[in-house]
Design a protein around this ligand. Structure first.
Ligand code: SF4
Ligand code: SF4
Length: 305
C-alpha cells in the first residue's frame, strides 16, 4: 500500500521510482515500521505524523483519526499547506451532501411540508416522542443531538449555542417529514427485529438501492474499536448480536441496528443493518434506504471535537 499515513501517495512520486525515498505506508503497516526505523537511523529522528499514526494504530490520518488536523499537521513543516488544512477543517464541519439513488441531490417536495402543516403536532409528538416547543415547532433527538423542526418555515434547525439556526441537512429533513406524515399511531417496539430481506418491500434493496455499507467497511473494516467509538459517540446501545453491534436511534421510536463482523483469513469483514418490524408502518423502502444512509454518514463522520 503506497499511501503514507499522512495521505501522500508515494506511488506517484519520482523519488520513490528512483529509489531515493521509500513509501511510508499506512500507520498500521510493516512499511511504516520500516520507514520509521530508517528515518531514525539516517536522520536521528522520525516523522511526527508517521510515528503518531503508528503509536495510535491509525491507518490514515485524514480518514481515520478524529484529531485531524492535529498540531502535527498545523504546526509541523510537512506535508500540507495552511490553506489545505483550513479547507479540510471547514468542510468537515459541514453536513455532507445527500444524493438519491439516481445521484440527484435530495430535495423535500413542498407538498410534503404542506401536508405536515395540516397535522396536529401535539398528537404526532405523543406517537413519536418528539417534543412540542411552540405551535409550529417540534424538537427531536437525532442520534446524539437535538434537532428542531420548524413546520411553519419548512426547515430543520440546530442550536448554534446562541439559538436555533436553520441547518442544511436535506436527507434528515426528508425522512423526518415523511415520518411525521406517515405515523398514524404509537407503534410498539421490540416485537420482531428483521433484515432487509424480511421486509415486505425487500425487492427494492437491490442494484442502486442496496444499503450503502461499503464506505463503512472502508473506514472501519480493519478498525472495530473505531466503529465502537463512533457508535457510542452517537449514543448507540451495545447489543449482543455480532462482534460489535449497536442499536442507534435516529428518532426516539425508530431504532436501527448496525452489526459488525470482523474479517478473518476466510471471510471479509461485514456490516449489516437490522430494523424493528414497526419501521414498515412509517417508512416506505426508499425512505428506509435514506434513513440508513443518513445514519451511516453520521457513523462515518465519527467522534468530533
Ligand atoms: S509527512 Fe511523514 S508520513 Fe507523510 S510522507 Fe512524509 S514522512 Fe511519510
Ligand atoms: S493525532 Fe494527528 S498525526 Fe496522530 S494519527 Fe491523528 S491526525 Fe495523524
Amino acid at each position: 500500500m503506497p499511501t503514507g499515513a499522512c495521505g501522500i501517495n508515494c506511488d506517484v512520486c519520482k523519488l520513490n521510482l528512483l529509489g531515493t525515498c521509500s513509501s511510508c505506508g499506512p500507520g498500521t503497516s510493516p512499511l511504516a515500521e520500516q520507514k520509521l526505523a530508517t528515518q531514525q537511523r539516517l536522520l536521528g529522528g522520525t516523522c511526527a505524523i508517521l510515528a503518531c499514526a503508528q503509536l495510535n494504530r491509525v491507518e490514515y490520518c485524514l480518514r481515520d483519526c478524529a484529531q485531524f488536523a492535529c498540531d502535527n499537521f498545523s504546526q509541523g513543516p510537512y506535508p500540507f499547506s495552511r490553506g489545505y488544512l483550513q479547507m479540510q477543517n471547514r468542510r468537515r464541519r459541514q453536513n455532507p451532501p445527500a444524493f438519491a439513488p439516481d445521484k440527484s441531490p435530495v430535495e423535500v417536495p413542498s407538498q410534503f411540508w404542506d401536508e405536515l402543516q395540516s397535522k396536529d403536532l401535539n398528537t404526532l409528538c405523543n406517537w413519536t416522542l418528539f417534543r412540542l416547543v411552540s405551535a409550529h415547532q417540534v424538537v427531536f433527538h437525532f442520534l446524539n443531538e437535538e434537532v428542531l423542526m420548524d413546520v411553519a418555515e419548512g426547515c430543520l434547525k440546530r442550536d448554534n449555542g446562541r439559538g436555533w439556526e436553520k441547518t442544511q441537512d436535506p436527507l434528515l429533513e426528508l425522512v423526518t417529514v415523511i415520518y411525521l406524515n406517515n405515523v398514524k399511531k404509537l407503534h410498539p417496539l421490540g416485537r420482531e427485529i428483521v433484515g432487509v430481506k424480511d421486509l415486505k418491500e425487500a425487492h427494492f434493496f437491490q442494484g442502486p438501492h442496496i444499503l450503502q455499507t461499503d464506505p463503512l467497511l472502508q473506514r472501519y473494516g480493519q478498525d472495530i474499536s473505531g466503529f465502537e467509538d463512533a457508535a457510542r459517540f452517537l449514543e448507540g446501545r451495545p447489543v449482543d448480536m455480532a462482534d460489535a453491534a449497536y442499536e442507534l436511534f435516529p428518532f426516539p421510536r425508530v431504532p436501527l441496528y448496525f452489526l459488525f463482523w470482523q474479517g478473518d483469513k476466510e471471510f471479509e469483514p461485514r456490516i449489516s443493518v437490522l430494523f424493528d418490524r414497526s419501521i414498515e408502518a412509517v417508512f416506505s423502502a426508499d425512505a428506509i434506504w435514506g434513513l440508513v444512509n443518513r445514519v451511516s454518514t453520521a457513523l462515518l463522520q465519527g467522534p468530533t471535537g
